[in-house]
Design a protein around this ligand. Structure first.
Ligand SMILES: [Zn+2]
Length: 94
């Protein structure tokens, strides 16, 4: 397959290597961590809103329902995030 090219030293890199052997830049694959943080926050907001169906959302039941909905939304959300960024490659200069 066509190799990656390091943007710092223009060395071709075999796919799946985690460091450039010429300039030692670190190579990250996949979704950025911030995407999962954003997804977690969105899931928490949506979960809290969904907890509104419980008569008293500040009760223990409302709290449990909110967390349940948050986790329920976060799992497919993080799968979606990993999928859209699965071909992303980032070079980090040491
Ligand atoms: Zn390099």
């Amino acid at each position: 397959m066509c190799p990656l090219i390091c943007p710092h030293c223009n060395t071709p890199i075999p796919l799946r290597l985690d460091q450039c052997f010429s300039c030692m830049a670190r190579i990250k694959y996949g979704a950025p961590g911030i995407a999962f943080v954003v997804m977690a926050i969105l899931s928490l907001i949506a979960g809290f809103k969904a907890a509104g169906i419980v008569p008293d959302r500040y009760s223990f039941l409302g709290w449990v329902a909110g967390w349940f909905f948050s986790v329920f939304l976060f799992i497919p959300g993080s799968v979606f995030v990993s999928r859209i960024w699965r071909h992303r490659v980032k070079f980090i200069q040491p």
